[in-house]
Design a protein around this ligand. Structure first.
Ligand code: UD1
Length: 344
């Protein structure tokens, strides 16, 4: 049994599908602040399996203890957290409270219950402005906004905890840019209000919910001047979690764990695409035209960011298999079947 915090969210729901398909039982712990229980009903439809869930907040240690005890979970995958960069600049305390305090409460609850395996959702944002590409896991860490700092702080807390207790198995997964949706079209990304990220915005232009895309800058030192990112299909990302969990289980079951360290791994494809390349791929996948206008650079944006995926291949035996056409096609399938997300 795996406790999945934030399991009703975008990446969490896709990971629940892969866990269930691989034979794990899951219990989702989610406060539904940026997600919908309907996503879990759909995970049940996709997998034909039961999804247990508890409405609860990660800052509530007693609720976490109860969830761990009742479910008899042997490991936790921790997705729950706030993730909008702009909002984090305006409401830093909310980000430190939800993300950092929420993780500390979770770790305390895990300690109290003797649950010692954790997979944590980190982000490539912890590399700051890259000094060298592709990004390897030993690239210097920094953060430029409270959201990124909250991820970095949690990583440091996890490293300290792991150093203090070598029987605590931790995997830190640094995601690049998750996009796309499950091939069923039943679950996908459902942003509230104006999407902050590129792919959901493009999909809303394609479906007619927005008139045009603003391209934030075309004077970066990249192939066409627009920002380059390492987009990764959310189904590949979900499988990366399964592999991280299985690797943690394998290490944990070894006799001698004295030399165990946090398993810190990039989850990306290693391939970067520009904003305009994404727009063209989406037009092809959807058969719709995506009008766009060039606008000023978005403050805090970087020119290019893409992963060196070698460690994931070596340590987890995982590599991303799906390319940009599949990412766009699955996003379009989800968006066109659910133009208002889970509200339909
Ligand atoms: C953003 C966050 C990052 C976070 C990640 C999560 C910022 C500055 N960074 O990364 O911390 O971990 O999301 O997925 O918000 N773009 C447009 N027009 C748009 C939206 C985006 O041109 O309407 C461009 C951006 O300038 C960028 C690219 O598309 O070049 C990707 O943007 P986005 O999807 O927001 O991801 P990141 O900036 O990589």
């Amino acid at each position: 049994m795996i406790l999945v915090t934030g399991g009703a969210g975008y990446i969490g729901s896709h990971t629940c599908v892969e866990l269930l398909n691989a034979g794990w039982e899951v219990v989702v712990f989610d406060n539904f602040s940026n997600s919908n229980p309907e996503a879990l009903a759909r995970v049940e439809r996709i997998t034909g399996r039961k999804v247990n869930w508890i409405a609860g907040d990660c800052r509530d240690r007693a609720a976490l203890v109860a969830a761990l005890q009742q479910s008899k979970a042997e490991a936790v995958i921790h997705f729950a957290g706030l993730k909008a960069v702009g909002e984090s600049v305006e409401k830093p305390l909310s980000y430190y409270d939800n993300n950092v305090i929420g993780t500390i409460r979770l770790l305390e609850a895990m300690q109290a219950c003797g649950v010692k395996k954790l997979v944590f959702s980190s982000s490539a944002t912890v590399y700051g402005d890259p000094v060298k590409l592709p990004l390897t896991e030993d690239h210097p860490l920094s953060a430029t906004n409270p959201y990124g700092r909250s991820k970095l702080m949690i990583e440091e807390i996890l490293r300290d905890l792991q150093r203090s207790d070598s029987s605590f198995g931790v995997s830190i997964l640094r995601y690049f840019n998750p996009v796309g949706a499950h091939t069923s079209g039943l679950i996908g990304e459902d942003p509230q209000g104006m999407p902050n990220n590129l792919m959901p915005f493009v999909s809303q232009v394609a479906v007619g919910r927005r008139e045009f895309l603003n391209v934030w800058g075309n004077d970066y030192p990249t192939i066409d001047g627009t920002g380059v990112r390492d987009y990764i299909h959310v189904m590949d990302l979900a499988l990366g979690h399964l592999k991280a969990l299985e690797t943690l289980e394998a290490i944990y079951n070894q006799q001698d764990r004295r030399f165990f360290q946090c398993l810190t791994v990039n989850l990306g494809t290693g391939q970067g695409y520009s904003v305009l390349e994404v727009v063209r791929a989406y037009e092809q996948a959807s058969g719709k035209s995506i009008p766009y206008r060039i606008a000023a650079r978005r403050p805090g944006d970087i020119a290019a960011c893409f992963a060196d995926p070698t460690r994931a291949i070596e340590l987890l035996g995982w590599r991303a298999k799906l390319g940009l056409p599949e990412m766009c096609a699955s996003s379009w399938h989800w968006q066109s079947a659910n133009p208002k997300g889970y509200q339909n």
